[in-house]
Unconditional design. Structure first.
Length: 158
């Protein structure tokens, strides 16, 4: 009895240590800040959009919208060199808001979440890593399946 408790405590200590170990994180997605140099930020955002990891869950329409907004933003700044009238400042802030809103949602949806899950009928756990958006889609599919078949039973070929 004591050995099993001791073994469980040792296993728990290893799991806690592994969970607390620092992990290498990719470069965090950042919002557009008009107080920083714009060309560098536009280049970074373009690179993050194209790398397939940072904004992996961004829709094609949203990706195109961000690229168009970045182009309009750069055009406004390049056109006037830095002295903007109030209308242009408002336009600039609107473009910044659009970009930041789309990118922050895409970054949140693209975040990878790993969980230890046991397969049905097994006590052995495996690590299942999915993005937040993938987990949301899986949950919606499961709900839709249960909505279509509320009894929870399926026709097994009879």
């Amino acid at each position: 009895m004591r050995r099993s408790i001791l073994a469980a405590l040792v296993a728990l200590a290893f799991v806690a240590a592994a969970h607390a170990a620092p992990r290498d994180k990719p470069q965090k997605a950042q919002a557009l800040d008009l107080n920083k140099p714009l060309p560098e930020q536009v280049e970074l955002i373009q690179k993050q959009l194209d790398d397939g990891e940072t904004y992996a869950e961004i829709a094609a329409a949203d990706r195109a919208s961000v690229k168009e907004s970045l182009g309009r933003l750069a055009a406004i700044v390049n056109e006037n060199g830095g002295s903007l009238n109030p209308q242009q400042k408002t336009q600039l802030l609107n473009e910044q808001n659009t970009i930041n809103q789309i990118l922050s949602q895409a970054a949140a949806d693209s975040r990878l979440v790993c969980r230890r899950e046991a397969q049905i009928g097994s006590l052995r756990t495996t690590t299942q890593c999915k993005t937040v958006a993938e987990r949301r889609r899986d949950a919606q599919e499961a709900q839709e399946t249960m909505r279509r078949n509320p009894s929870g039973t399926f026709n097994k070929g009879s």
